[in-house]
Design a protein around this ligand. Sequence first.
Ligand SMILES: NC(=O)c1ccc[n+]([C@@H]2O[C@H](COP(=O)([O-])OP(=O)(O)OC[C@H]3O[C@@H](n4cnc5c(N)ncnc54)[C@H](O)[C@@H]3O)[C@@H](O)[C@H]2O)c1
Ligand SMILES: [Zn+2]
Ligand SMILES: [Zn+2]
Length: 367
Amino acid sequence: MHALVFHGPGEKAWESVPDPSIVDATDAVVRIDSSTICGTDLHIMKGDTPEVKAGRILGHEAVGTVVEVGAAVTTVAVGDRVLVSCVSSCGRCRFCKEGHYGICSGGGGWIFGYMIDGLQAEFARVPFADTSLYKVPAALSDEQVLFLADILPTAYEVGVLNGRVEPGDTVAIVGAGPIGLAAIMTAKLHTPGRIVAIDLADARLEKALEFGADAVINNGEEDAVAKMMALTGGLGADVAIEAVGVPETFELCTELIRPGGRVANVGVHGRCATLHLERLWIRDVTITTGIVDTRTTPMLLKLIEGGRFDPTVFATHHFPLTATVAAYDVFAAAAETHALKVVLHAVPAGIEHKDHRDAPLAAPVHA
Ligand SMILES: NC(=O)c1ccc[n+]([C@@H]2O[C@H](COP(=O)([O-])OP(=O)(O)OC[C@H]3O[C@@H](n4cnc5c(N)ncnc54)[C@H](O)[C@@H]3O)[C@@H](O)[C@H]2O)c1
Ligand SMILES: [Zn+2]
Ligand SMILES: [Zn+2]
């Protein structure tokens, strides 16, 4: 098969690799029908995660079809269409039993495209298939469910739920990339009073308004703290969600919140940020961090099935899987290309699928 292989910082190639096969009885092998690229893949490409070794197949978000199952797999069968999530669950460890699959200590957690070969590939081995795969309802297209693999549950769990967004709250969302926009989309499930998006890029702030932000602040041009204080009668936001992953934006979040407020960090940080305890100790603040557990994925799937929200708005660009390298370039140059999520479509010989019929496959298309 072919796959996107990481060859060290800045180096990658779409190349021929051995086909994956069943290793453990709890594995499945999935043919990847649709995949996508994450901001975290760009962190890996920059060398921010040295634990990812050269030779690793990248990618941790996909929709596919089961082509083989191990002897112990009972809940999915060959031919099932499944969502392959960024987080796997062993189903047996203490953390999985508590629903904290993201910190699974039994070999799960975030492993695809990180600890084991990932999903920007024609096929993938999926460990713990029974407890990690989600069957896709027949009525839903790949594109309707693909973003459940990461950005939607991440923004909802690590941002909105950890930040305990309540009806009426003023929610500041710092960073209006795919994660920040998904935080806007899912924060609305809790009926906040006001959502304020903060970013350096006007194009991203325009997107934030389209996604339902009530106000936006370009913190490169304006004093974000002063503007937030002006918006909230001098108090600050009830919740600030950090969706960038640099020290400045984490520190900004701690300044944006009111006494008793909450900061929910979502960003992946590669550098040390300062925690100003000399100012915060008296302010009763709560700061949370986390990796997504994906425990809300079944609930979010129901909302999509019920037409409550439409994640296809994230899909700005389409490529055939074979053009994954070109797709990385478009995704990495988001400031110029205005890419949010790029969808990588497989076109397996002889298989017709509604996504494939709809998708322009010859050349990248800006939707
Ligand atoms: N915790 C988790 O489980 C988890 C899962 C997935 C992704 N992430 C992380 O979430 C973060 C956001 O992901 P994304 O895909 O949306 O990233 P992205 O890079 O596409 O978007 C980040 C946004 O932040 C803006 N930005 C950059 N510097 C800024 C600054 N100083 N002030 C204000 N805005 C600024 C950019 O203009 C961009 O719009 C990344 O760090 C990613 O690795 C975390
Ligand atoms: Zn990701
Ligand atoms: Zn576990």
